[in-house]
Design a protein around this ligand. Structure first.
Ligand SMILES: Nc1ncnc2c1ncn2[C@@H]1O[C@H](COP(=O)(O)OP(=O)(O)O)[C@@H](O)[C@H]1O
Ligand SMILES: [Mg+2]
Length: 260
């Protein structure tokens, strides 16, 4: 259900804020395969924006261009007011500490305990927090956020698939990112575990007021999470709106998403 509260948040976000991420006219082709053909997006502060598209439609390519893992052919990308392509390596690294990722393949280090897995990003990004004498409070806070404090001394092999995904989310949260990018956060999980992850994403959003970009082909995930949605079709932002607005569209290409 999209409640009135959600819609108000969305409109407040739109009217009061500059977008925290702005993508303009993004293009990317692999040979003859034109994947992104002028894609636009604005993510506003504090909102949950879902990008829905069929498998192979270019969702992951878009997010890889956004974080600089892949180079777009052309287009403009701005994150927190900075032109991504104009940044040097130091500036880019600094910006990246403000962005958390939860990718399907965001695997934990198998040879490290849960605690050590969570300490890893803190050490890697020392410049954000300065030297931390005792990481335990931060690790414990992050684990509490995903309801897995008891797992602190376990090895990844001792965790279920759903628990691993939650620990990966805790590892993302420990850096207190302003933006979280989720690429198919529920894929490969059973429906009950998926629901738990979706619920966690919503709680995190509420508690920390992070801005989230959620990529999914899962209509149920979109329905529960999205304050606003963009449909990626034919390489462009084909349609935008709330779940209810899009689900009641008469457009054939839009209807195809909701027929299940
Ligand atoms: N590194 C690559 N080299 C060539 N083609 C690629 C590469 N990455 C993705 N593609 C192609 O781009 C298209 C979109 O892929 P992707 O963004 O992964 O889709 P999805 O929407 O499922 O995430 C697909 O046709 C895929 O084959
Ligand atoms: Mg993908």
């Amino acid at each position: 259900m999209i409640t009135k509260a959600h819609i108000d948040v969305k409109q407040d976000a739109k009217s009061n804020n500059q977008p925290i991420i702005k993508i303009r006219n993004l293009r990317k082709a692999f040979g003859d395969n034109v994947v992104l053909n002028g894609f636009n997006l604005e993510l506003y502060e504090g909102e949950n924006l879902v990008i829905m598209g069929k498998s192979g439609s270019g969702k992951s390519v878009m997010i890889k261009c956004l974080i600089g893992l892949m180079q777009a052919d052309s287009g403009y990308i701005e994150i927190m007011g900075k032109d991504l392509l104009s940044l040097n390596q130091v500036e880019l690294d600094k910006l990246r500490t403000e962005i958390g990722f939860l990718f399907q393949g965001s695997a934990l280090y198998d040879s490290m305990t849960v605690r050590e897995n969570l300490e890893f990003p803190l050490r890697r990004h020392k410049h954000k927090f300065g030297p931390i004498e005792d990481t335990t409070p931060l690790v414990e806070e992050a684990l509490k956020n995903v309801g897995l404090l008891d797992a602190i001394d376990l090895m990844p092999a001792e965790l279920s698939g759903g628990m691993k995904r939650r620990i990966a989310l805790a590892r993302t949260l420990i850096l207190k990112p302003k933006i979280i990018l989720y690429d198919e956060p529920t894929s490969g999980l059973d429906p009950i575990t998926s629901k738990e992850i979706i619920e966690l994403m919503r709680n995190i959003q509420r508690e920390y007021r992070t801005s989230s970009l959620i990529i999914t082909h899962d209509v149920d995930c979109a329905r529960v999470v999205a304050e606003r949605m963009i449909l990626l079709v034919d390489g462009i932002n084909y349609a935008e709106g709330t779940y209810n607005e899009l689900a009641s569209s008469e457009d054939e290409k839009i209807k195809a998403f909701f027929k299940q």
